[in-house]
Design a protein around this ligand. Sequence first.
Ligand SMILES: N[C@@H](CCC(=O)N[C@@H](CS)C(=O)NCC(=O)O)C(=O)O
Length: 195
Amino acid sequence: MKLYDISLSGNCYKVRLFLSLLDKEYETIPVNTAAGDTRTAMFLKLNPRGQVPVLEDHDLVIWDSTAILMYLARRYGNESWLPRDAIELAMVGQWLAVAQNEILYGIARARAMLLFKRAGDLQEYQTIGTGILEVMEQHLENRDWLALKHPTIADIACYPYVLLAPDAGITLEHYPAIQAWIDRIKTLPDYKDML
Ligand SMILES: N[C@@H](CCC(=O)N[C@@H](CS)C(=O)NCC(=O)O)C(=O)O
C-alpha cells in the first residue's frame, strides 16, 4: 500500500493512525503542496480534487480520508471498527459527518490560517470549532467513545483535529471529557503519534 501524505495534515494523520492500529505496513509518498505536487497531471489523475490523503492498494486508488478509513476498516479490520448493523452504522456515520463538517471547516480551517497562513475568517472558524467541541464534550460526559461502546472509525476520524485544536487557537482546558477521550485513544494498542 502507498499513502500520499503530508506529515502535518490531520486528514493524513487519520489514515496513518488507523493503518498503525490495524498493524498494516505501507509506503509513504511525501507530497509538497507548496511545490505544486497536488496540481500535477499525475497527481490529479489519482485525485481530481488535488488533495491528500490518497491511498493506493494494488490497482485501487482511493481519495478522501473518510473513504479511506471505511475501506481499510472493511478490507483489513474487524467488524467493530465499522459495524454492519444498520443502527450502529448510522451512529458511526453521524460522527464521520462531524469530522468532515464542523471539525474540518472549523478547527482545521482555523489551524490552517494560524499555521500555514491560509486566508479566511479566523473568528468564524473558531466559533464553528468551539461549537462542535461543546457538543462533543456533552456527548462524551457519559460515554467512552463517540459512536458505540468501543472505538470505531468515528473516533479515528474526529481525533486528529480535536487533538490539534490548540494549533487553531482553541484551548481544550474547558473540555475534560474530551481530554479523557483523547487519553483513551492514546492507550489503544499500536497507537501512533502524529509526528
Ligand atoms: N475531505 C478531504 C480533505 C482533504 C484535504 O483538505 N487535504 C488537504 C491537506 S489537510 C490538502 O491536500 N490540501 C492541499 C491543497 O488543497 O492543495 C479528506 O478528508 O481527505
